[in-house]
Write a protein that binds this ligand. Structure first.
Ligand code: UDP
Ligand code: MG
Length: 163
């Protein structure tokens, strides 16, 4: 594990996908995480290459939808970010909702904004191990920021939940 990935709070990786960008929903989606109390510790806009996309979705190679997924993900620039907070990986997955947006619970990002299995607005790491790999894949050490949100001092977590 890279030493720069060891922090007190858990971190997870997200991509605001081309449909979120095209539909002008990137800010709205990011603001849901901010509002919940998660902290943005890295963010940038990139245009995914086919190679990067192949690497990111390597576990899906061979699936019938793979070629279409790569075409979709490389169709416009996307916004990548790292979110930090207690249990961030599980929390962010819950906030995204099921892969098929039509089946996603209302109140989740996919359930509120989407209707598609492919164009489902957001990628989020599915485990702590995946998050570490994905953060390292997309961000270098000098693109990661350690900073305090003032609210964290008293209101986001209780004293025994910080750590
Ligand atoms: N995907 C697709 N068709 C499918 C399943 C997945 O186009 O039948 C796309 C979709 O954009 C999804 C991504 O592939 O978000 C990665 O699939 P995964 O099963 O990892 O879903 P996720 O973790 O994003 O919920
Ligand atoms: Mg996945």
């Amino acid at each position: 594990m890279n030493e720069w990935l060891v922090f007190c709070m858990e971190r997870t990786f997200i991509i605001l996908k081309p449909d979120a960008m095209q539909r002008g929903l990137a800010g709205k989606i990011l603001s849901r995480f901010e509002r919940r109390g998660l902290k943005i510790v890295a963010a940038k806009m990139i245009h995914l290459t086919k190679e990067k996309c192949d690497e990111h979705y390597a576990h899906l190679k061979g699936k019938p939808f793979f070629a279409g997924l790569v075409t979709f993900m490389t169709s416009t620039p996307v916004i990548c970010a790292v979110l930090e907070g207690k249990d961030a990986v599980e929390l962010v997955r819950k906030m995204c909702g099921a892969t098929n947006a039509r089946a996603a619970e209302v109140g989740t990002i996919r359930g509120d904004f989407g209707l598609s299995t492919q164009a489902n607005l957001i990628h989020a790491s599915d485990s702590k191990e995946t998050a570490e790999k994905e953060i390292a894949r997309f961000f270098s050490k000098n693109e990661m920021h350690q900073w305090e949100r003032d609210l964290e001092a008293s209101y986001t977590y209780s004293a025994d939940e910080k750590g």
